[in-house]
Design a protein around this ligand. Sequence first.
Ligand SMILES: Cc1cc2nc3c(=O)[nH]c(=O)nc-3n(C[C@H](O)[C@H](O)[C@H](O)COP(=O)(O)OP(=O)(O)OC[C@H]3O[C@@H](n4cnc5c(N)ncnc54)[C@H](O)[C@@H]3O)c2cc1C
Length: 381
Amino acid sequence: MTSADVVVLGAGVIGSSIAHTFARHKHKTILVDKQQPGQEASAAAAGILAVSSGRSKRGPMYQLKKASQTLYPALIQEIQQATGIDIEHQTVGVLCLIRNDADEKKYRKLYELRQEQGHLVTWLSAEALRQAEPALNPALRGAVHFSGDHHLHNGKLAEAWALTAEKCGAQLRTGTTVTEVRRTGGRIHSVRIGDEWVEAGTVVIATGSWSRQVGELFDITIPVEPAKGQMLAVRATQLNHVISCDEHYLVPRKNGEVIIGSSVEYVGHTKDVTLDTVQAFIDRSEALVPGISKAPLSRFWAGLRPYSPTRRPLLCQAPDLDNVVLATGHHRNGIVLAPITGQLIYELITTDQPSLDLTPFALPREPLPPPGPDESPDEAD
Ligand SMILES: Cc1cc2nc3c(=O)[nH]c(=O)nc-3n(C[C@H](O)[C@H](O)[C@H](O)COP(=O)(O)OP(=O)(O)OC[C@H]3O[C@@H](n4cnc5c(N)ncnc54)[C@H](O)[C@@H]3O)c2cc1C
């Protein structure tokens, strides 16, 4: 029988980050995906590494994002060198637009907090905004520039990360899945991947919004739900920064596309793109960038974010199973959080002493309310 120190299920950015970390440390690693790596949420995302412009103010999610963001520059270099794939890392930052008094009040508070925390933030007047982004609506009052929040091509990152894990020695098993497991007491002894039984030191479940279904095979309830996000891409080269306004964003890519998104919908595993949402994207974008509605539409798609009712990722040991670990539920933050997730899951498994406290990322003890617009515990002031 084949054996592995760790079998990672799911080769999105989360699974690939974990597999890469183990393989880099010379552990025998198998990374399994039912498709090719990085075809789901990790490819669908906008690729914004949002920390200072993000909604987590100071709590555990903020700390997690900040720690992850600092790992990115070296990681990008490593992945690009290993694979020759340009991940299109852009360091222009995020502009959060100010249209009215309510925006001004909200961003004044965030701007002051981020300054206190030592982030690179600049308050732009209407005139300064016009100079930075001449294509924006001249009626805008200004913006806050969060220059430390970079962005990248998440689809290329996801593909290249799995490849990097492989180059470090991880074995990739794609187009297949785990269909059966064998237990010995409170441990999983082996898993069947396709036709092959593999003796597994540890199994990591990193199957994004399919984690609930994969958990059933292990008799674990993983309370993760798909949260659909629709996206459009247009051919429009007039933007320099990531533009963010009231949950709506426009992200310039190096190939001349601008990505426009996104919605958050709890409608199961469907990935339909609907005309009403497209219409709303067009209207919101036109209000910010006059004339953009005339830009040629190049692509549209939807992806499924893994939503956890704790509103934080689940980074923890599975209940009653010593050697099964969960790394899922990253919802809107999986791209920014992938590097630190790989590191912490590695530390959890190999030392049981992760460098950040993982208590806030445990499975909920009691049922939590269904998805809604409520603030996450880390967004409150
Ligand atoms: C529209 C949109 C915009 C987003 N924008 C951002 C952003 O700007 N910044 C940010 O940080 N995050 C963003 N996100 C969130 C981010 O994309 C996710 O949090 C992240 O991709 C989750 O990664 P994952 O590896 O857990 O899941 P996924 O990428 O979904 O990967 C899960 C993998 O598991 C595999 N799988 C499923 N079932 C099985 C099985 N039974 N056996 C084997 N493999 C299986 C799937 O094929 C898939 O490859 C966005 C998401 C969406 C949808």
